[in-house]
Write a protein that binds this ligand. Structure first.
Ligand code: ZN
Length: 179
């Protein structure tokens, strides 16, 4: 069984009015993701969403401006990618979607060993989630055109790290959909 993890495609990161909007390049991930998520649902594989989910006094706001406050509109998944009834949604406080969440339990219950990773930001929550997944023994494929960062540099180093150090497969969504 395969699982697609869609990382933090939330209004605060993806919409221009969001608290930590990542710009056109982040907004641009929505379109290829719509198609990719659709294909996953059609094939009966699991679609998992992560949501950055903070209290107003979260320690992370010593590093970043306030964002994704629990139950706020900015914390919602973008309208284009709304989770469906059977999708699994993980609320997280840290960069990795595994820490302090039941993601690992869910994946094991569903016998998911192959993880596809997409979303934002490539060098922060995607990278940390990839590392955590690899260390736990999952096979991780990163969907190259469905991740983004705030700059070419950040995207490049995230991809290099995931490919060379974590030994993730880096593949375009088109290639995966052809299979
Ligand atoms: Zn955060």
């Amino acid at each position: 069984m395969k699982g697609l993890i869609v990382v933090d495609m939330q209004k605060d990161f993806c919409y221009p009015e969001g608290a930590l909007y990542g710009g056109d390049r982040v907004y641009g991930v929505i379109k290829p993701l719509v198609r990719f998520i659709d294909a996953f649902r059609t094939s009966g594989d699991e679609v998992i969403y992560t949501m950055d989910w903070h209290r107003e006094d979260d320690v992370e706001f010593k590093i970043w401006p306030s964002h994704c406050i629990e139950h706020s509109e900015g914390a919602e998944i973008v309208e284009e990618l709304k989770p469906e009834k059977n999708d699994f949604v993980v609320k997280k406080r840290k960069y990795t979607a595994f820490f302090g969440t039941d993601l690992d339990m869910f994946l094991r219950e569903k016998n998911i060993e192959e993880i596809y990773l997409a979303g934002v930001l490539a060098n922060i929550c995607v990278l940390h989630t990839a590392a955590d997944a690899v260390l736990r023994g999952y096979n991780v494929t990163v969907v190259k055109d469905c991740i983004e960062a705030l700059s070419d540099y950040d995207l490049e180093y995230a991809l290099r790290h995931m490919e060379n150090i974590l030994k993730c497969e880096i593949v375009e969504s088109e290639e995966i959909l052809k299979k």
